[in-house]
Design a protein around this ligand. Sequence first.
Ligand code: AOF
Ligand code: ZN
Length: 379
Amino acid sequence: MAQASASAAVSSEDHRFMQLALALGRRGQGATWPNPAVGAVVVKDGVILGRGWTQPGGRPHAEPQALQRAGEAARGATLYVTLEPCSHYGKSPPCVDAIIVSGIARVVSAIEDPNPQVAGQGHVRLRDAGITVDVGLCRDEAAQAHSGHFLRVREGRPHVTLKLAVSADGKIAAAGGKPVRITGEAANARVHLLRAESDAILIGIGTALADDPLLTCRLPGMEHRSPVRVVLDRALRLPGASRLVHSARQTPLWIIAAETAEAAAAARLGVAGAHLFRLPVEDRAAGLDLNAVLRTLSEQDITRLLVEGGAKVASSFLAARLVDEFWLLQGAKSIGDDGLPALEGQDLDAVTASSGWRIDATQMLGDDRLTISRRVESI
Ligand code: AOF
Ligand code: ZN
């Protein structure tokens, strides 16, 4: 489908280099927000002259990185890029200017940038300068890679990935919510990589109290890639002695509370280094409005959000149809009938088996099975 919408002028070699650009772009995922993680490759006569990807914090952009490495050799070459090159003066000068000056003869671009400051103008300016431009190669993969950016621009919310680790019998904890080790080393490492690929990670106060988690990425050498930690804590119950609050000065901790939450608790958490957001709630007992939560995170430049539980938060996000991607890790051991079900008021199998979802990948990680599903509407 992606190839069909691209110009007839693209070849299998083009496809190979676009796949490389997509792989390079993925390196930046979780580190480039508010910008998308773009990849770029400069190629002449089948030889790679330069590779680039969006740098941490979103600058420099991918294309100038690849062009700089190619240097003078870029003259007459082809540039593969996973997103339309920018045409506006933002925090970086326009990439199209750098491309035109470099002497690139052809640009193969995966997809238009919906940012209203670009929105097709990048491709137009390249064509106006006499450069051949082919748009649409690997469009679906690029749309998925840049989904956080697209949703932020179009809907004012981040891309949401829900991760659940369940026992063979679909439970997430023992009786009374007591934490149990469900997955093994390989699955845990993959989850830490997923954390690194996310801008922010979110849990509910129930999980924060039950597990006292840290929510950082602890893969060796990738500790600096920890996401912003977000806790939904309507009544500000998060204890000052929790590991989350203790580490708030090393790794950002954002707490989203009701505006009615106690001022003294807010002051205490603020002094400890947490950043507070207060949202209106209908009444004191009502939960936080998840649409408002996502809007708040989007306004803070978050493009890729990982939701790590527990049962209440996972169920609420699913019920509100706010999950784009669902990572289900299923362990080999059972917990038993008195264990805590993964979802409240919903059947786990029914969720992903429903027509609204498409299974994208399954993989064994040690003894644990990972199933990645996508919401069809989000694709
Ligand atoms: C590109 N290449 O690698 C990325 C792009 O404020 P600025 O100047 O950094 O521009 C941000 C916008 O640029 C961002 O919203 C998105 O539209 C685009 N990102 N464009 O040509 C890149 N990351
Ligand atoms: Zn740019």
